[in-house]
Design a protein around this ligand. Structure first.
Ligand code: ADP
Ligand code: MG
Length: 293
């Protein structure tokens, strides 16, 4: 294509709500055959809501929510936002946190009211020798069976409760994924979330290949493995945890509603955060460059 055609293509992209980093990006957009889709905030709205708070025996559910919200207040994860919103509604405010630490794709830690608090995956808590008692383990499993995301909450050396959040699939995700298939792309759901929640979302939007429980560094490894198998890989994501995989992929696509880290690491940004933008982008690239190699 001529430089003029490429410029017209990128201009048309902007009209469609697709920000293209440079005209050369259209070539990789035309070529991709595999599309990795992050779940939370990409296929789903990522606007999670609190579904349940379960306290361990002898513990207080309000205290579980209060301390969890205090550590999560410093995180921008959708899970954190749901917990904080619920705590503000219930208590009016959120306690201060000191020594906050975000453990990418696993959880958060900090000191609240002189309690050392950890909120996150059971595997993270296990690194501190913290294990869920049987009642909480059962509650955790029930939440995941219902396709929700559960967060274990511990302080001062003991797991005290589980906070459960729920997400929703974006209205146009299923249609976009069907259209991507129609364009010859293979969609794969890639998420740090639990396998049951991932499988349910995948089934609802028509994805058959799922990689769940993947840590941020594992997302990069998935991209590399596919590239090693001669696939041309697009990755769509919104989170800080997606940034490295977005940078590694042949075509990084960020949700405009996502984090700055994801947007900076990407070649394309879908301003409206609607997965349908991927369909528009590929059609546009094919039209601009022609489908013949
Ligand atoms: P996704 O790939 O779906 O965007 P992430 O990689 O961000 O998910 O997170 C994976 C999992 O790590 C979450 O499902 C949750 O169990 C845990 N996690 C991540 N961040 C937090 C947090 N701020 N608080 C609690 N748990 C978290
Ligand atoms: Mg995400």
């Amino acid at each position: 294509a001529t430089p003029m055609a490429l410029l017209v293509g990128t201009g048309r992209g902007a009209q469609l709500g697709i920000l293209i980093k440079g005209p050369e990006v259209l070539e990789s957009t035309r070529r991709v055959d595999t599309i990795l889709l992050d779940k939370t905030g990409t296929v789903t709205t990522g606007r999670m809501t609190l579904a349940d708070v379960i306290a361990a025996e002898g513990e207080d559910a309000d205290e579980v929510l209060r301390l969890a919200a205090a550590v999560e207040d410093a995180s921008e994860h959708p899970i954190a936002q749901a917990i904080v919103r619920a705590a503000v509604e219930r208590f009016g405010d959120v306690a201060d946190v000191a020594d906050f630490q975000n453990i990418q794709g696993r959880g958060v830690t900090g000191v609240v009211d002189s309690h050392a608090v950890v909120a996150g995956r059971p595997a993270l808590l296990a690194e501190w020798g913290l294990h869920l008692p049987a009642d909480l383990l059962a509650a955790f499993d029930r939440a995941e069976d219902a396709a929700r995301t559960a967060v274990a909450v511990a302080w001062d050396g003991k797991v005290r409760g589980v906070v459960v959040v729920a997400d929703q699939i974006k209205p146009r995700s299923a249609a976009a994924i069907a259209a991507l298939r129609g364009l010859g792309l293979t969609p794969i759901l890639l998420t740090g979330d639990n396998a049951k929640a991932a499988a349910q979302v995948a089934a609802e939007v028509g994805i058959t290949e799922v990689r769940a429980g993947v840590l941020p560094e594992g997302k990069v490894a998935e991209v590399l493995a596919l590239q090693g198998a001669a696939r041309s890989v697009a990755m769509v994501g919104d989170g800080v945890n997606d940034a490295a995989a977005l940078a590694q992929s042949d075509l990084g696509i960020a949700m405009g509603t996502g984090t700055d880290a994801a947007i900076e690491a990407s070649d394309l940004t879908l301003v409206r955060g609607d997965l349908w933008g991927t369909v528009d982008a590929i059609r546009l690239a094919r039209r601009t460059l022609g489908t013949i190699r």
